[in-house]
Write a protein that binds this ligand. Structure first.
Ligand SMILES: Cc1cc2nc3c(=O)[nH]c(=O)nc-3n(C[C@H](O)[C@H](O)[C@H](O)COP(=O)(O)O)c2cc1C
Length: 278
């Protein structure tokens, strides 16, 4: 046990009467090199999946682990605003796919010329082909009107549900599954189709399943839609837009740029730590 915390209680201001009960303290806080590399591997090799799904069922133990990963996401005020609608029936998938088709035709008309042509060729969902679809929602009223941490920025609950989605994406990758996020819907129609109450917002519609393969780079990048932006353009210091103004700041930008350059050639995590390709 950590000597600084002699009991299960955290001593606030060293006064026993102010003590706040805390749960146990982690006894194994450090990751081994292999565990650390595995976490980065999941992040660096996660892909949005659309056209590569195989129809095989997802075993319940795998699906339940992915849901549990979602349920361990951070949430504002520990609000846990998420719920998960599991969709396997063809009829439900087809109704949702119809909503996608309508919205996607509207979307194509928002682009002009060559961009419209490229857009029309993109496959942006795997609703029917994937064995399981999951709608992740956010109950905006789950913890009452005043929530710790959400007193001033109300959208924090939505961000919390997005954290759950990212946990699912990484867990799915670690389980060898692909996951794709579909967001081209009329939100009102999606709510109606899935019977989602008014106070609840659908945050993500996800397609999940085994895949033939995962691409090494984002499909939109390969299709020439958009490149990954240079990380040095996204870092500023102390104020928006302030570039590196001293050696310490310049060193950080250089290291980040170098890491991105290395990853462009070799997207395995070992290269991030100066190691060789596994
Ligand atoms: C909020 C959100 C919504 C998205 N919606 C869609 C979508 O409707 N259709 C689609 O094909 N991809 C969608 N994506 C996936 C992105 O296109 C994808 O993450 C991006 O191109 C980078 O590729 P990668 O995820 O494979 O790294 C969405 C991603 C996010 C985070």
């Amino acid at each position: 046990m950590d000597k600084r915390f002699p009991s299960r209680f955290f001593l606030k201001g060293n006064k026993m009467e102010n003590r706040i009960p805390t749960p146990g303290i982690q006894t194994d806080p450090d990751f081994s090199d292999a565990e650390r590399a595995a976490v980065y591997r999941a992040m660096l090799t996660r892909r949005d999946t659309r056209g590569q799904f195989l129809p095989h069922a997802i075993p319940d133990d795998v699906l339940s682990r992915i849901l549990m990963a979602a349920h361990h996401a951070p949430s504002v005020g520990f609000m846990q605003p998420w719920s998960f609608i599991i969709i396997r029936k063809d009829g439900t998938k087809r109704r949702v796919h119809d909503l996608f088709k309508t919205a996607n035709e509207e979307a194509a008309r928002m682009f002009d010329g060559e961009a419209r042509e490229i857009y029309s060729r993109l496959k942006l969902e795997g609703i029917i082909e994937s064995p399981v679809n999951i709608c992740v929602t956010c109950d905006r009223d789950r913890a009452g009107p005043v929530v710790v941490g959400r007193t001033h920025i109300k959208s924090m609950d939505l961000y919390s549900s997005v954290c759950a989605v990212q946990n699912m994406w990484l867990a799915a990758r670690a389980e060898g599954l692909g996951m794709g996020w579909v967001s081209i819907f009329s939100q009102a129609k999606l709510k109606k189709t899935l019977g989602i109450p008014n106070r609840v917002t659908p945050v993500a519609y996800l397609c999940l399943g085994q895949v033939e393969h995962l691409y090494s780079k984002p499909e939109l990048e390969v299709a020439g839609w958009r490149p990954r932006l240079p990380i040095e353009d996204l870092i500023s210091f102390e104020r928006w837009g302030n570039g590196a103004a001293n050696d310490e700041q310049a060193r950080l930008v250089d290291r980040a740029r170098a890491a991105q350059a290395v990853l462009n050639d070799d997207s395995t995590p070992a290269c991030l730590f100066g190691g060789r390709r596994e």
